[in-house]
Structures are given as structure tokens and as C-alpha cells.
Design a protein around this ligand. Structure first.
Ligand SMILES: [Mg+2]
Length: 174
């Protein structure tokens, strides 16, 4: 079913979403994909905007937890500079990683939102668990062949979604 891939919201950039946007919707934590959502492969330190966003989230006491399919070593190295929690080997598009995250945070499904850049993995996993999701534009185009194949699949799913839903990226959460 095409609805399995439908994000709740589409937002241009992760740092366009403010802590108050999450709080007003009853979210108590934010789950995020790592690669191309939080950081780009060509800029592992992240942008200043991203570091500022993480600081804002920390100041608002809104936990950010990375849920990545990558291995623990790789994810740990990537998130260490930011001092945030993570789940590795999340098995997206399956529900394992998100379920582990909920357990770790002691939160219910309606208290978290998932932010990612891929319909086929991130959004599919969020919908499988039954949590709300935000699709963001990928930070950069990857040249990895596996990503290219995924992107071709994404495009087909995207076209189907766009025939039924408004799939325009917004500047802010409304
Ligand atoms: Mg990604």
C-alpha cells in the first residue's frame, strides 16, 4: 500500500523545526536518521546550523536520538561530537530500531516523531511502528551505488504518492 510510505509532514530542512513545534504536538523526543538527514557524507562535522539546532533542542530538554542502520562503530564516531544518544543496526524499514528507541526513552508511540530523508527506509519504518514522521530533503546527493538504486525505487514511490497527496516540502511545521 502506498500509504505505508507516506510521511506525516515534509519539511525542507531539519533545523527549520523548532523545539516548540515538537512540544505543541505532544512529542517528548525526536528520533532522527543519521546519513543525509543529520550529517552529510562530505561534511561529518555537520553545519553550524545543525549544531545550533542540537543546542536549541538540548536547551529545551528535547532528547534527540539517532536511529541508524549503520554499525555501532560508525554511528558512535559520527554522533560523538554532538553528544547525542543512538541506536545502530536499526534494520529500517523494519521496526526493530524504533522499538528499541521507544524502550530506551520509556515513551509511547504518540510521544515521538521520526525524521528521515528516505521514504523506503525511514518513513516505512515509522509507519510500520505507527509513529508520526517528517521527511526532509537529503542534505547531499550520495554517489554510493546502493543509494542510487534506492533512489530509483524512491522515485517510483514518490510519483505514486504525489498523485494522491500534496508532496511539497514546507519551510516549517504547520
Ligand atoms: Mg538517510
Amino acid at each position: 500500500m502506498i500509504e505505508d510510505y507516506k510521511p506525516t509532514w515534509l519539511i525542507e530542512r531539519i533545523y527549520h523545526i523548532k523545539p516548540a513545534d515538537f512540544q505543541s504536538r505532544g512529542f517528548k523526543a525526536v528520533l532522527v536518521d543519521l546519513d543525509n538527514t543529520l550529517i552529510a557524507w562530505d561534511n561529518p562535522n555537520g553545519t553550524k546550523e545543525l549544531r545550533d539546532w542540537l543546542k536549541e533542542m538540548a536547551e529545551a530538554e528535547m532528547p534527540v536520538l539517532v536511529v541508524s542502520n549503520n554499525n555501532a562503530k560508525r554511528v558512535k564516531k559520527a554522533v560523538e561530537p554532538f553528544g547525542i544518544l543512538f541506536i545502530s543496526r536499526a534494520m529500517k524499514p523494519f521496526s526493530l530500531g524504533i522499538k528499541r528507541a521507544l524502550k530506551q526513552l520509556c515513551l509511547n508511540k504518540n510521544e515521538v516523531v521520526f525524521i528521515g530523508d528516505q521514504l523506503m527506509t525511514d518513513i516505512r519504518a515509522a509507519n510500520r511502528v505507527g509513529i508520526k514522521s517528517i521527511l526532509v530533503r537529503p542534505l547531499v546527493e550520495s554517489d554510493a551505488w546502493s543509494t542510487k538504486i534506492n533512489r530509483a525505487r524512491e522515485k517510483r514511490v514518490w510519483r505514486k504518492l504525489a498523485s494522491s497527496y500534496d508532496m511539497r516540502f514546507q519551510d516549517k511545521l504547520i
